[in-house]
Design a protein around this ligand. Sequence first.
Ligand code: ASP
Ligand code: MG
Length: 411
Amino acid sequence: MALIVQKYGGTSMGSAERIRNVARRVARWKAQGHQLVVVVSAMSGETNRLIALAKDVSPQPDARELDVMVSTGEQVTIALLAMALKDIGIDARSYTGGQVKVLTDSTHTKARILHIDDANMRRDLDRGTVVIVAGFQGVDENGNITTLGRGGSDTSGVALAAALGADECQIYTDVDGVYTTDPRIVPEARKLERVTFEEMLEMASLGSKVLQIRSVEFAGKYKVKLRVLSSLEEEGQETSGTLITFEEDKNMEQPIISGIAFNRDEAKLTVLGVPDRPGIAYQILGPIAENNIDVDMIIQNVGHDGTTDFSFTVNRGDFARTKKLLEEQIQPHVGARAIEGDSKICKVSAVGVGMRSHPGVASKMFRTLAEEGINIQMISTSEIKISVVVDEKYLELAVRVLHRAFGLDQA
Ligand code: ASP
Ligand code: MG
């Protein structure tokens, strides 16, 4: 008997039929003798609908009230799933975040989990009851409803698994696992049987939408065994998805590169001709950080004639705001020659723990792109990742040729 936490996303809970389907899947795991805690998202589209409605009433909705409202999406699905389970003879009980209690800080719309009380859940599990918990929501120390940020149910699932010391946390979604790259761009992309936690973290931060990045961080911190699976597979046809592992399996030949990730959602800004003296990076990026703009890649060139060029990337949604800030406040202050911006860029990355022990990955990546005439505008690396910024029009070509060059295509 194992204790399993299953999380079902919005698509899996998207209709009455799908909810009954989830109930049947839960019942099958239960029939194998396992204890189950099931975390659910709102029905797909519901959270967006609620946010849009709030903005219709109030252009900048109060964050506390917004949390009261958007958390209702998950309150609906926990009850529906509990009903569906009871209809097929499975004892189940639904809980909101506050009822569990999932204690968070008070940062409305992006709260962090501080503690989870497992007493209610344990009592139910000991009685053989399936516990159903609303994802995405918690409660602060004053009893205010909070939410964990978009896609937050993944984090709820992992956090509950950590709190309960579950044997496995299964994230059910509309894809059947983690792929070497997006199969919509490269049809030859393969599903990975396993991927290391560090690789998954890089892929999540580089734009792979399979898991919310905070859930992966959480899994890493608390060593939760995590598996991504499809909820849309028919009974008897189920595959084992992708397992996110901790140690690199010494007995297995590690591929050098596990995946090619990409992100279209970036924009580049360059401050030209800034004086090459101490404090400049801080004078440029300090105000950016104060305005809550996330900076990704940063490049500063070697100085010449006492000046240097300073480039960085931000989310495309922050591009206009950042450019304005640079032009109106930062440029006059640091005495830069000009500001340039380009929002038609993308980032393509090769990720793999095998990179640590295999030199030459970067040069292979650069050669592959050069052979296609793709100009590299920026480069950044970590121990297990190489990222390049290229013109957005080369995104698909770059992903395709790199996927092939690193031998990731299906045999
Ligand atoms: N319903 C929330 C959202 O759409 C949480 C989740 O689905 O993970 O962001
Ligand atoms: Mg989701």
